[in-house]
Design a protein around this ligand. Structure first.
Ligand SMILES: [Zn+2]
Ligand SMILES: [Zn+2]
Length: 233
């Protein structure tokens, strides 16, 4: 794999974590639902919740009557997006400037660093994660995995992962991992199985459940195996 291709793959994997599922663009004014920690653009989720009380990603009920109460602007996430996507912050600021100019309005700008005082124009609070907690979300929301091929005499496939170390969200499930594996190995989905100590793991298991139940207290990366079923059977 060339370096360019590798960068493309990495960006693609990363995108799953910084793209809003409602508009398919990078998060703008990243806003997180406090009940399930799913993140969207502020305008996308606010609009969506005019007709629903449930998270568009996981269907968690956000609030009995007023879902907007359980939204928080997620500055840590927005910073990550701006750092990762070159030019996004500038183009968003330009867009806002033009929007105000086109309507002949003055934009009320807030001095940086004091945004929690004036608050968001819509009244959404900023997430109150303190530094240590922000740190926690930024670094520990992911798990490191090592994917080794299960050696088996029945397995005639030559497919082996070039890059066996994977970092993924604690919310990712085994089925996501299987999908990534199949994609990288260029195999159909039903041919790859993920195992921990010879035990096949269920599709719905999350990385968090896996880590807590099988790897708690052990050093990263968590060791998993994958087996490939013979295509001719
Ligand atoms: Zn959006
Ligand atoms: Zn959710």
């Amino acid at each position: 794999m060339s370096l360019q291709e590798e960068v493309k793959v990495k960006m693609k994997e990363l995108n799953e974590h910084i793209v809003c599922c409602l508009c398919a663009g990078y998060f703008i004014d990243a806003t997180t639902i406090t009940e399930c920690l799913h993140t969207f653009c502020k305008s996308c989720i606010v609009k969506y919740l005019q007709t629903s009380k449930y998270c568009p990603m996981c269907n968690t009920k956000i609030h009995e009557t007023q879902p907007l109460l359980n939204l928080k602007l997620d500055r840590v996430m927005q910073d990550i997006v701006y750092k990762l996507v070159p030019g996004l912050q500038e183009s968003e600021e330009k867009r806002i400037r033009e929007f105000y100019q086109s309507r002949g309005l003055d934009r009320v700008t807030q001095p940086s660093g004091e945004d929690t005082v004036g608050g968001d124009p819509m009244g959404l609070p900023y997430s109150t994660f303190d530094h240590s907690r922000a740190h926690y979300f930024r670094y520990d929301e992911h798990v490191s995995l090592c994917l080794e091929k299960q050696s088996s005499s029945k397995d005639k496939s030559k497919a082996v992962l070039q890059q066996k170390y994977v970092r993924c969200s604690v919310r990712a499930q085994i089925r996501h991992l299987r999908r990534v594996l199949c994609h990288r190995l260029e195999l159909p989905l039903q041919h790859v199985q993920i195992l921990f100590n010879n035990e096949a793991l269920p599709d719905h298991m999350t990385m968090k459940q896996l880590w807590l139940s099988r790897w708690f207290g052990k050093p990263a990366p968590l060791l998993l195996h994958y087996s490939i079923k013979d295509k001719r059977r």
